[in-house]
Design a protein. Structure first.
Length: 145
């Protein structure tokens, strides 16, 4: 019985030893997995840090672009106001040009009438001078006879 008990203990020892070796293997495997996971966590933390830096940079760029957009929007408002003022000025200039064109047309028509009247007066003066010449000639002939 003692021998039987010894065999059972030997068997238990072998089983325990086998389980211990298996547990040791699993412990080493877990340790390797743990190290791999620690490395992966470190990589992910580095990626996260890089992403956070990119995010901060993107936010800074976004603020910069927003400020630029605001500045450009203000410039557009100023340009629109100037454009509106220029349109009003242009309308006034066009109206004034129309008035001046009408006045120029009236003055041109008046000038033509005056030129025609001057031409007519010159013709009448020439006719009158010719008539005076004829009358003086006749008078001179009458006085001579």
């Amino acid at each position: 019985m003692h021998y039987q008990r010894s065999l059972e203990l030997e068997d238990l020892f072998q089983t325990s030893h086998s389980r211990l070796e298996d547990a040791g293997k699993k412990a080493r495997e877990f340790k390797l997995l743990f190290e791999a996971e620690k490395y992966r966590v470190k990589e992910l933390e580095e990626q996260n840090s890089a992403c956070e830096r990119k995010c901060v940079d993107a936010e800074a760029d976004s603020r910069k672009y927003y400020d630029k957009i605001s500045e450009l929007a203000s410039e557009i408002e100023v340009c629109l106001a100037k454009s509106s003022n220029l349109e009003v000025s242009l309308q006034m200039v066009v109206a004034r040009e129309k008035e001046l064109t009408e006045s120029l047309n009236l003055v041109t028509d008046e000038k033509k009438k005056l030129e025609e009247a001057l031409s007519s007066s010159k013709e009448k003066l020439t006719e009158a001078e010719n008539l005076v010449g004829v009358l003086q000639y006749r008078k001179g002939r009458l006085c001579d006879s």
